[in-house]
Design a protein around this ligand. Structure first.
Ligand SMILES: Nc1ncnc2c1ncn2[C@@H]1O[C@H](COP(=O)(O)OP(=O)(O)OP(=O)(O)O)[C@@H](O)[C@H]1O
Length: 310
């Protein structure tokens, strides 16, 4: 395997459906060995992007490749990428095992692989039950089992946590992390950050078809740290205070006599300023939290691309 084999690359990808620009000049990369969250509100363009990666929808412009190739040029597609799109439909009269056996020849694997993958997703107990009677969570697991038939290095999962109960979500988290730990590329879409926040290493956030943020989860979490905005007429005094206390200032929000401090408590700043006899003209705490940060990144008011830090 070459190092680019599991890399997903989307470059200047756009798709219009009539007047609707579903995906708009989208560029990002997804790396192997990591779980990447593909996030955005309803209608942001996540499913359309995944469908373009899978060759189910043709781009208006730009490219979407897996291991350097568009889907239709992959020599063994099912051995390269496993995909579970949201609207996975199963023949209701088939048992779980039969469903997988139908796909086994396409995946180029023996029938015996069907029970192996059912076991992997914890669905062996329902192997001989008809899919028509499955809960949404059981369907999700069966969809996941289908993606794993040919043991592909790349997985594209559209809203895999949808319909899972808290125990199921916990199970999914451990399972996806183990797939990434085996060196696979795992791309998971969701419209809620909190659903995947404990699962993902990296985040790609889109809104209205455009990229609004791409970074590690840690870098996103830093944007969400509590902040205190501090201003003083005593510019030198404020600088000395910040330096002496060792507080970290947000690089993007500082100007002479004005600073935004990361991860500190407003009361502690007030006390230190008082002790150092530095007059303050502003002391405003702000604690956005991760979910709020996500919401403000994807809100219509916010259209600038941020991040890119790794
Ligand atoms: N086949 C289609 N024909 C017309 N419009 C479409 C089609 N597919 C998607 N769209 C539109 O493109 C936009 C993006 O839709 P998409 O399903 O990709 O978003 P999404 O991020 O996956 O949303 P959700 O979280 O609701 O699944 C929406 O405005 C949608 O109505």
């Amino acid at each position: 395997m070459s190092s680019s084999d599991g890399v997903i690359e989307v470059a200047h990808l756009s798709k219009s459906f009539g007047a609707v620009r579903a995906v708009d000049d989208l560029t990002f990369q997804v790396q192997p060995g990591r779980v990447t969250g593909f996030l955005g509100p309803n209608g942001a363009g996540k499913t359309t992007t995944l469908r373009m990666l899978l060759g189910l929808v043709s781009p208006t412009s730009g490219s979407a490749t897996i291991g350097g190739k568009p889907y239709h040029e992959l020599r063994q597609p099912m051995r390269t990428v496993g995909a579970a799109l949201e609207a996975a439909s199963f023949h209701p009269g088939r048992t779980a095992l039969d469903h997988l056996r139908v796909y086994a020849p396409q995946a180029g694997v023996p029938d015996s692989r069907a029970s192996e993958v059912l076991d992997l997703v914890g669905l062996s107990f329902a192997a001989n039950r008809r899919v028509g009677g499955f809960s949404l969570g059981m369907r999700q697991r069966l969809g996941l089992a289908t993606t794993l038939l040919a043991d592909p290095p790349v997985l594209l999962l559209d809203e895999p946590a949808n319909g899972l109960d808290p125990e199921g979500i916990r199970w999914l988290r451990v399972f996806l992390r183990s797939l990434a730990a085996q060196g696979r590329t795992v791309l998971v879409s969701s419209h809620v950050l909190s659903e995947v926040e404990q699962t993902v290493d990296d985040v790609i956030i889109i809104a209205r078809g455009r990229l609004v943020h791409s970074s590690t989860l840690d870098a996103l979490a830093r944007l969400a740290l509590p902040r205190v905005r501090v201003a003083s007429p005593d510019v030198a005094g404020l600088d000395a205070l910040v330096a002496q206390a060792g507080w970290e200032a947000a690089a993007d929000a500082s100007s002479p006599g004005r600073v935004e401090l990361l991860g500190v408590d407003a009361a502690a700043v007030g006390a230190a300023a008082f002790a150092a006899r530095v007059e303050l003209s502003e002391l405003t705490p702000h604690d956005p939290g991760l979910e709020q940060t996500f919401l403000s990144l994807t809100s219509p008011a916010q259209d600038a691309t941020t991040g890119g830090a790794r």
